[in-house]
Ligand binder design. Structure first.
Ligand SMILES: Nc1ncnc2c1ncn2[C@@H]1O[C@H](COP(=O)(O)OP(=O)(O)OP(=O)(O)O)[C@@H](O)[C@H]1O
Ligand SMILES: [Mg+2]
Length: 396
């Protein structure tokens, strides 16, 4: 099987997997016919366009309502432009303090168009620029989030997150414009405070003049990528800090959970066993690896940890099905859609399908596919949710 397959179908007997050509759709299909009352009605097959993170020009007319993906590795925003295109912006969720002896070089940073902010008499470079600078000087970036949640002990986490979010969203077009942002489900393997995390993110958005609402990250994948299946199936966001799983029946989440392992966990383990720096492990993983055909010892280690992580997630999903009392009875086979940066590696869908067969979920599965434009699947789901409730309310 080749690395290009991003859609594995299971035959009826659940025996050998057959591979169908990739299904690529833009946005959410026009003919989506959700059954639940408040089901999303997405814009008709919009194009997804990536823009550089910058503030939205004041004169630019865009539809109301925004989506925001608050991720451990990346923050993404999306809005719908006047031409109907979905405009996605991405920025790494990272920052770097400029040492005090360089604080005078502010003009230089402006000239070089390096995004920076002054905070309490200190200068910080934000996002991708921070990451690039850190790599150049052999430093580590600082990250506001860890394992899907605000990083405990990172003092500057909240103000830096606010600056990056403002860069991505700009100011609201009307007071109280709706923004739907994603929050992780509680982790099964880490004691996370979802209430605090959600409250801080909502507080940042409110201060910027938006009306925030939140949605579960896996549920956002269901919204953006399972429209043709009446929003029934399993959406999994495979991120940097965690995997978020949502089993939905006609838009309604039946099972949601997360594991506090993701791309970072793979990088850490590969680095440790191979005796290489973590950045090197990340670079290898994000390079031209095919999980079905590793070429070096390092790539073999990447495969091993990927398999282990996928199997761990699926074992936990199986357990959830066994324990939960009110899980819907799926009589027809349902689809699994994977999204997020960690799903981008070559061979991911094939390995996922193999592990799925091993674990034998107690429900019929039709197949596994990677979401179209997998990196923006969560934020596009958030936009659909924001559009469902777009009612500007006066700012208090
Ligand atoms: N081509 C690629 N191959 C493999 N991994 C990749 C690739 N591109 C990005 N990644 C990994 O994807 C991860 C980031 O994915 P994503 O942006 O979906 O995470 P996030 O939403 O920020 O995190 P989370 O949802 O866990 O909070 C990183 O671990 C990164 O190394
Ligand atoms: Mg994510």
């Amino acid at each position: 099987m080749s690395a290009e397959n991003d859609n594995v179908r299971f035959d009826d007997g659940g025996a050998a997997a057959t591979v169908a050509p990739a299904q690529v759709r833009n946005g959410t299909p026009e003919h989506a016919a959700p059954a639940a009352q408040s089901a999303p009605a997405a814009p008709a097959a919009p194009r997804v366009v990536f823009h550089e993170a910058s503030q939205v020009g004041a004169s630019e007319k865009v539809a109301l309502g925004r989506g925001l993906d608050v991720g451990t590795a990346n923050l993404l925003s999306v809005r719908q432009g006047a031409d109907g295109d979905l405009v996605v912006m991405r920025e790494r969720n990272a920052f770097l303090e400029i040492p005090s002896q360089f604080v005078g070089s502010r003009e230089m940073l402006t000239k070089l168009r390096v995004p920076y902010v002054q905070y309490k008499d200190r200068l910080f470079v934000l996002g991708d620029a921070a990451f690039n600078l850190a790599n150049m000087f052999g430093n580590e970036v600082r990250r506001p989030m860890q394992h899907g949640f605000l990083a405990p002990g990172e003092q500057e986490a909240i103000p830096m997150l606010r600056f990056i979010i403002h860069r991505l969203l700009g100011d609201p077009q009307v007071e109280g414009e709706d923004v739907c942002f994603c929050i992780p489900a509680s982790s099964i393997d880490r004691d996370n405070d979802t209430v605090y995390h959600e409250g801080i993110a909502a507080g940042i958005l409110r201060k910027l003049g938006y009306s925030p609402r939140s949605m579960n990250e896996g549920h956002a994948v269901v919204y953006s990528s399972l429209a043709e299946q009446d929003f029934t199936g399993i959406g999994i966001s495979c991120g940097g800090g965690m995997f978020n799983v949502c089993v939905a029946y006609k838009t309604i989440p039946a099972i949601t959970f997360s594991v506090a392992r993701g791309g970072d966990w793979i990088d850490e383990h590969v680095a440790r066993v191979m005796g290489i720096p973590k950045v090197r492990a990340t670079a290898i993983k994000e390079g031209d690896v095919n999980l079905m055909d590793p070429k070096t010892r390092e790539e073999e280690a990447v495969v091993l940890y990927y398999r282990n992580l996928i199997s761990y997630v699926l074992q936990n999903l199986k357990q959830r099905f066994q324990l939960a009392r009110d899980v819907p009875q799926f009589t027809d086979p349902i689809e699994v859609v994977v999204a997020g940066g960690t799903s981008l590696i070559g061979g991911f869908v094939e390995v996922f399908a193999q592990e799925l067969k091993k674990v034998q979920l107690p429900i019929p599965i039709a197949g596994v596919r990677r979401a179209e434009d997998a990196l923006s699947a969560v934020v596009r789901g958030c936009l659909i949710a924001a559009n469902l409730s777009q009612q500007p309310t006066p700012k208090k």
